[in-house]
Design a protein around this ligand. Sequence first.
Ligand SMILES: O=C[C@H](O)[C@H](O)COP(=O)(O)O
Ligand SMILES: C=C(OP(=O)(O)O)C(=O)O
Length: 350
Amino acid sequence: MNMPLNAQTLDSEPLTRTPHRQETRLPTALELRGRFPVSEALARRIDGYREQVRQVLHGEDDRTLIVVGPCSIHDEQAALEYGQKLKALADDLSDRFLIVMRAYLEKPRTTVGWKGLLYDPERTGRGDLAQGLARSRRLLLELSELGLPLATEALGPFMMDYLGDLVSWTAIGARTTESQIHREMVSGLPMPVGFKNGTDGSIGVAINAMKSGAHPHHHMGISHCGSPAMISTPGNPDTHLVLRGGRGITNYDELSIARAVEELDKAGVNTAIMVDCSHDNARKQAERQVDIAREVMAQKNKGNRQIRALMLESFLQPGRQDDDDNLIYGCSLTDPCLGWEQTETLLRSL
Ligand SMILES: O=C[C@H](O)[C@H](O)COP(=O)(O)O
Ligand SMILES: C=C(OP(=O)(O)O)C(=O)O
């Protein structure tokens, strides 16, 4: 499953090289979508998942949306094994939860580090976007065919052109919520989008992002055929806030959520809340996600109607590992995750 795809067939020929820049040709979005096509039946299913996510986020479906899965995917086989387990659990719990798998292929880094399967699938540090794009699309297709809705973080401004038709919910991360380029992108996305609060914990930037993302935009982009283009977008009405804590301060407690809802309401945007149980809320200690999820669901069960969703970082094995020669199968290379057993026990108990 981790087989490199043949670069020759992926049009990755060098274009130009200067001392400051080398350009390497990539397939267009249309070419890649053509190589790994979505059937009409699957496209209809994905439309259906997006509609279910919308209904939960707009309070028309009382279930809780759970976005759960690895911090990052580095091994397709482990991701598929995780997907099979999650699909069985999602079916079992579908009366209470709408479960969407985190299938994160791009990682925003605080400084530098591995940026995800899409950029550097072999983790050599040299990058191989041609292979990364193809492996990412093939994996999303295979996971979708298991019958799972998928979530990503939309980071590179053109990546959704290549992969977006397979995604049912996406995040704009804490490091990019303030970026106009990402807000413009969201304005043209066909799925619901969660904006994270800033890394400093501020939710004002996410509220501004929701307003901007709901607005039509005209911006510079690349057409699906690969030419420079002016992209005009209608605005995305299905955005919401994700509380992930910041600068060591958590924001999943009753008071923080009430304050966030008040600010959202004052700003006239959707008051739906997703709590990210990981990241600064868990202070990078994966097991803390268990207590956080329980505490937030207790608030919901006590009658907080704005809490509509949770995010959990989880993989086959608990914890995280450094990328060396003795990799543990199914263990995160980025942030620490809950292991599968912990995840299943938690979700069944919520
Ligand atoms: O979700 C993963 C990380 O928190 C995010 O990519 C930042 O990681 P870093 O601080 O290790 O670069
Ligand atoms: C990078 C992530 O989160 P954040 O933007 O909240 O740091 C993530 O969810 O993988």
